[in-house]
Ligand binder design. Structure first.
Ligand SMILES: Nc1ncnc2c1ncn2[C@@H]1O[C@H](COP(=O)(O)OP(=O)(O)OP(=O)(O)O)[C@@H](O)[C@H]1O
Length: 302
């Protein structure tokens, strides 16, 4: 189990992370969300032992994770960290990068393991390609596979699919998270993307103003977001009469107390997002068909 106890950390004087505590069980998947600059990457780096804490403790099982003051070499064998910048070896092939830290003592096993990981990140066809000629997204996939090579007990992933195009993203995400679950590898993922969370994360931490403001299941936080910050992570929303109402919860009805004027219409694939004005307030709701500008409609929560 990863146990983070009252962690406080600052680069300079002001804490970036203040009194942070949480736990991650073996095989559990935790997502960390929050606005840009709230400290998600810093938290992953601190968990990895890249910095010394101002206060608090981090343990993986009985082992305390310590920073550079106590360790000549940053990091531990049981933990792998995939940063936003991938530190790959450009002049050797994809498979050589992935197998770099696997023992040459068992060549058959090394070959099998590398082939398995190439499949997980869907790069089998690029096994012999030199990393320097890969795209950013392909490099990110090599970095993921390399981190998994010497099966860690816990993975720290910073925006793990941010460079990967939408065509590949869905299946890659499913492959990687399925692999981590099957092997009972814990994972902590810092992300801006709700797709990395919904359907995959067991728990979700929301960072704001240097602190944890929520730690709950994605389902609970989605269904009853207590703060606009949380609702905005999941989608378009309105605050009407003090209540947070997602755009998909608001429907056009025959009559209601809320009469709105259509201002703009956005095609969104299987629905249209309608921007409308309600009592001098801009609201958003979803609708099956396009509406005409200046149409007057009544909306209500079903
Ligand atoms: N090496 C550093 N030295 C000093 N300050 C830093 C350093 N790295 C980050 N910061 C500051 O710490 C704060 C948190 O940064 P961090 O990168 O952890 O945020 P983040 O939530 O990961 O952001 P993003 O979502 O944009 O990646 C920011 O104010 C940033 O400017």
């Amino acid at each position: 189990m990863l146990s983070v106890e009252h962690l406080t950390f600052s680069y300079h004087k002001k804490p970036v992370l203040n009194d942070i505590s949480f736990q991650v069980q073996p095989g559990e998947h935790l997502a960390i969300i929050g606005e840009s600059g709230c400290g998600k990457s810093t938290l992953l780096k601190v968990l990895y032992g890249e910095y010394d804490l101002d206060d608090g403790h981090i343990f993986w099982k009985d082992q305390e994770i310590l920073g550079p003051k106590f360790n000549l070499v940053v990091g531990y064998d049981f933990m792998k960290y995939v940063a936003q910048e991938f530190d790959l070896m450009p002049f050797i092939s994809v498979e050589e990068n992935i197998g770099k830290f696997l023992s040459n003592f068992y060549p058959e096993e090394k070959k099998e393991r590398t082939a398995e990981l190439l499949e997980v990140v869907e790069l089998t066809a690029f096994a012999k390609t030199k990393v320097k000629i890969l795209s950013g997204g392909q490099k990110q996939r090599v970095a993921l596979a390399r981190a998994l090579a010497k099966q860690p007990e816990i993975m720290l992933l910073d925006e793990p699919f941010s460079h990967i195009d939408n065509f590949k993203k869905q299946s890659l995400r499913r492959n990687v998270f399925k692999y981590l679950k099957e092997k009972n590898i814990s994972c902590v993922v810092a992300t801006h993307d709700k797709e990395d969370v919904l359907g995959f994360a067991d728990h979700m931490i929301v960072l704001n103003n240097n602190k944890i403001v929520e730690n709950n299941s994605p389902e609970k936080l989605f269904k009853s977001p207590k703060k606009p910050l949380i609702a905005s992570f999941f989608g378009e929303f309105n605050t009407i009469a003090g209540e947070i109402i997602y755009a998909h919860q608001l429907h056009v009805v025959k009559h209601s107390k809320w009469q709105a004027t259509v201002k703009r219409v956005f095609f969104k694939g299987h629905f249209y997002l309608i921007e409308a004005e309600l009592n001098n307030q801009t609201i958003f709701f979803e609708h099956d068909t396009a509406l005409n500008l200046s149409d007057i409609v009544f909306v209500s929560v079903k």
